[in-house]
Design a protein around this ligand. Structure first.
Ligand code: FE2
Length: 362
């Protein structure tokens, strides 16, 4: 591993622009078991938008919504539906990170600035990445509050389901743009490519896509970047790009130490997952080898199993959680595997294609 030229501690939070932040927070509390921990809005002196902060383990999401007509956020939500607008990185030095990123070619979104209240101060700055997504650099070493200055603490507890952290966040970009954004993460943010999948790896009878996975220096931030590839029918990436209106975040993968418990809870709470045919499980023992879990239990919950050189992983995917067939979640448990396998793509994509067929968008 070469020298880390752009130290990033971790994903600090993921911000979503949504139509109704209050209802989003309620959904994530009741379906995914997040605690609602913070609020900013009219009652705290913020005049034009509201923010709700939810947390479980080290996963922190922020839901932001406009509360007046003519707001730019409203225009973006009208264009894209609810979407991931900011993947924020915790860094040691915000000013240095911003300067370095811009010097290396990043398009600035917000110059460095400070927010402060009686709990201290937080330094922030942002750069643009693909689509409407930004990366905010944040440092709250001199802040004693929960999230950001001027937020009111909330203590609406969810019933947790074992979500520990963000494992990876996937971006879908336009045809021919994958390598552009791979280079962006390599050259601007010092990421390294840890694996790539070509259209031979990731194809079904109908559709194909290409994917490269970029990771930061400490490997805590992993960003697969997908682009569509030529196939007989419209790929899921094309469907995303059409309904989203350009490049954007396709899915957020959430890490658990007990995927059986996590998925059982999610299913009980009404979260819908892609259907995996039972035939998938017939070939698992040969493809993956011995696993700790009971295969029948995994099959009953529709959990997929894959492996890399170092171990195996368990994962599954929700159906889109928005009205548009765009954003979904992955639940993942790692048993030694630090990267991604090839074995699940075909099963996953055939499952997605069955859904596309129902939507008439294949
Ligand atoms: Fe994923």
């Amino acid at each position: 591993m070469s020298l880390d030229t752009f130290p990033i501690r971790r994903v600090d939070h993921v911000r979503f622009y949504v139509n109704n932040a209050r209802q989003s927070a309620y959904y994530y509390k009741n379906a995914f078991g997040f605690d609602i921990v913070g609020f900013c809005g009219l009652e705290t002196g913020q005049q034009n938008e509201v923010d709700y902060v939810v947390q479980q383990g080290d996963v922190r999401f922020v839901f932001s919504a406009p509360i007046r007509p003519g707001h730019e956020m409203g225009r973006l939500i009208g264009e894209h539906g609810d979407f991931v607008q900011d993947i924020s990185f915790e860094v040691d030095d915000v000013d240095e990170a911003f300067k370095k990123a811009v010097d290396r070619g990043a398009r600035p979104a917000r110059e460095p600035f400070t927010l402060s209240d009686e709990n201290g101060e937080v330094r922030l700055a942002s750069i643009h990445t693909y689509g409407e997504v930004i990366h905010t650099f944040i440092n709250r070493d001199n802040f004693k509050g929960r999230f950001l200055p001027n937020f009111k603490d909330m203590d609406e507890k969810g019933v947790p389901i074992g979500l520990k952290d963000v494992d990876h966040i996937v971006g879908n970009v336009e045809l021919g743009k994958m390598n552009y954004w791979v280079d962006f993460y390599a050259n601007v943010l010092g990421f390294e490519q840890i694996i790539s999948f070509d259209d031979q790896d990731i194809s079904t009878d109908y559709t194909a896509l290409m994917s490269k996975v970029m990771a930061n220096g400490n490997q805590k931030v992993k960003f697969p970047i997908n682009e569509p590839a030529e196939g007989k029918k419209k790929s899921q990436i094309d469907e995303y790009l059409e309904f989203f209106g350009g490049a954007g975040v396709q899915h957020v993968a959430l890490l658990t130490d007990d995927i059986v418990k996590t998925v059982t809870e999610l299913r009980n709470r009404g979260v819908l997952f892609l259907h995996v045919p039972m035939t998938y499980y017939e070939e698992v023992p040969e493809r993956v080898g011995a696993i700790d879990e009971d295969l029948e239990t995994l099959a009953g919950l529709g959990i997929l199993i894959d492996r890399d050189d170092e171990g195996y992983l368990l994962q599954l995917f929700t159906k889109p959680i928005t009205d548009r067939p765009t954003l979904f979640y992955e639940i993942i448990q790692r048993k030694g595997a630090k990267s991604f396998g090839k074995g699940n793509f075909k099963a996953l994509f055939e499952a997605i294609e069955r859904e596309q067929e129902l939507r008439g968008t294949l």
